[in-house]
Design a protein around this ligand. Sequence first.
Ligand code: SAH
Length: 490
Amino acid sequence: MFLTISTTGDKANPATDMGFLLHKHPDSPFSAPLSYGTAHVLYPEADAERCTAALLLEVDAVALVRRGKGKGRGGAPDAALAQYVNDRPYAASSLLAVALSSVFSSAMRGVCKARPELPGQPLPLRVEVPALPARGGPALVGRLFEPLGWTVTADPVALDTEFPDWGDSRYVRLVLESDTLTLAQALRHLYVLLPVLDDAKHYWVSADEVDKLLRAGEGWLPGHPEQQLITSRYLTRRWSLTRQALERLELVRLAETDDSVVEEMDNAVAADTGEEEKPTPLAVRRREAIVAALAASGATRVLDLGCGQGQLVQELLRNPVYSEIVGVDVSMRALAIASRRLGLDRMGERQASRVRLLQGSLSYTDKRLRGYDAAVLSEVIEHLDLPRLPALEYAVFGAARPRTVVVTTPNVEYNVRWESLPAGHARHGDHRFEWTREEFRAWAAKVAERHGYDVGFVPVGPDDPEVGPPTQMAVFVTGETKDRKEAKAA
Ligand code: SAH
């Protein structure tokens, strides 16, 4: 079972630079044991003009079967023989993808400390997989790879060359060529699409496969014309996971097409300030209000849920009171911007230990979010479809259960005061709803009651006598927190 990756170059940009990217030296063959066999990397050719790296996978069929026992597929009696007599050891497949990610993990992430300028550069690339099981045939192979910038050759492999009447096998010889992609992109495409074509994963698909898929699919899977097929096959048609993944991909797409508008509106001047000097942008006022609420709560370990581009995380980080700040967002693009804003990659160890950015969706319970003092949901709830709001409510107030939760959302009544907002329009293209003060209070009161919190409300921005403030904020505290505070005061 093997695949090769080749590139070309010249004296100034030798093809052998690929060795830096793959973290495997062209002169020394590399082998690594995997749980179901051994992976080898070697270079059949390596000079300035051409360099080819080959990944070879020796599969131990027995280890594979033992490992899969009792899990997922393979439990049916007639499957027993198939476990021993199958094509796993010979055909490129999902196992090759797993090998790819264990042997080339840094390359997949685009990390290259020795030559940091290399990973971002597109390369002339040629990938060849001599025998790839391809359910859906050559046509599907084209539909999967072509939208990503590959020129695809997928020739069906005859079942037996001596008996052409027998027709084609389900294998193709795959050649992919491109000069617009980076090596990391190419590896991520293969990592996802090889198992999609194989369509017969032998190992158990767990919930974190969704995370793996989204990570590897970053930058190309959201919006891919075959996104649905890719997702459902990758997750071996486990519908609950597929649905979860598709929903997250959709959120990523929405968040990434639309989040520039937020700041624009927030920086707009409220019509009624009547002051000469430049008024404070609403986004700043909101952060001030949130920071004040957090300070009053005494929290030191804080979640910023739907942290966007990390402005609040950055502000909290400046205050040494906060020992742990975790930003969570569904948009990888927003997280990448947040990471740059915070300078995560050049931060000292002590500072870095105080902050983390996690990709995740707030409409699913997430163990990583348990046990914090406080959580902030700043301008986030209105980005969820109303029917998904109870899921967020449970994930935050029921499962993560921080002692304090601060929620802000636009007050729709105030919209008439925004000079630039056409009547009846939401402030942001991605807002699924905007609430009146009464609607927000009614929701918050129910949430508090259902989950054992007390809730209070704070206006943010100029509190208009008729329509109220532009932003409304609710501060929830658990019953126990309140009791403790009162005891302390007494
Ligand atoms: N809290 C920031 C950003 C608000 S914009 C601020 O106050 O400026 C809303 C953010 O919520 C976006 O970054 C969007 O990606 C994120 N978001 C929307 N739905 C989400 C979900 N279901 N899970 C996690 N994040 C979500």
